[in-house]
Design a protein around this ligand. Structure first.
Ligand code: GTP
Ligand code: MG
Length: 173
């Protein structure tokens, strides 16, 4: 077995989903490249990055897919979800509307992927303390009701970003 074939066993596809501007692309940029874009533009189509991770001493490759939250910029939905074993379902703690959309995103996820795709509900922009519209308790409660992992993150100050991705990959692995 070649080195390449060996690592293939540990290539996990993870999808980022959630409304436009919740910070999906910046979570990926922070995780994969330790970068942050204060004025990033909406994603058009699909992008992905492969990130090596060390889980219990084993090298895992997470292939993280990112698409537009806006319907008109999205690529073919079924192709986006195909083969996904993990998902980060992201809302913005400073915009309640993005939290209200979570049910819709969960439906889409369940329509297009395996029922047991490991999913974490992510309340991003935890740095925006003064603008918070969704409490931590509400996020936690929704996650519990839907059987999801939960974490609040900030792509801006890095808090919990790696932890959110690691939670999903560890559970898959
Ligand atoms: P679409 O591609 O349109 O679906 O949006 P997206 O979810 O990829 O959002 P994106 O990462 O482009 O971020 C939208 C805006 O929010 C940008 O101006 C980011 O700088 C900002 N942003 C992202 N994450 C954070 C965060 O953790 N804190 C703060 N304060 N701003 C953030
Ligand atoms: Mg984006």
């Amino acid at each position: 077995v070649s080195e390449e074939e060996k690592t293939e066993d540990y290539l996990f596809k993870i999808v980022l989903i959630g409304d436009s501007a919740v910070g999906k692309s910046n979570l990926l940029a922070r995780f994969a490249r330790d970068e942050f874009y204060p004025n990033s533009k909406s994603t058009i189509g699909v992008e992905f990055q492969t990130q090596k991770m060390d889980i219990n001493g084993k090298e895992i490759k997470a292939q993280i897919w990112d698409t537009a939250g806006q319907e008109r910029f999205r690529a073919v939905t079924s192709a986006y979800y195909r083969g996904a074993v993990g998902a980060l379902l992201v809302y913005d703690i400073s915009r309640r509307q993005t939290f209200d959309s979570i049910g819709r995103w969960l439906n889409e996820l369940h329509t297009h992927s395996d029922m047991n795709v490991v999913t974490i509900l992510v309340g991003n922009k935890s740095d925006l303390r003064d603008a918070r519209e969704v409490s931590t308790a509400e996020g936690k409660a929704l996650a519990e009701a839907q059987g999801l992992f939960f974490m609040e993150t900030s792509a801006l100050d890095s808090s919990n970003v790696a932890a959110a991705f690691q939670t999903v990959v560890k559970e898959i692995y």
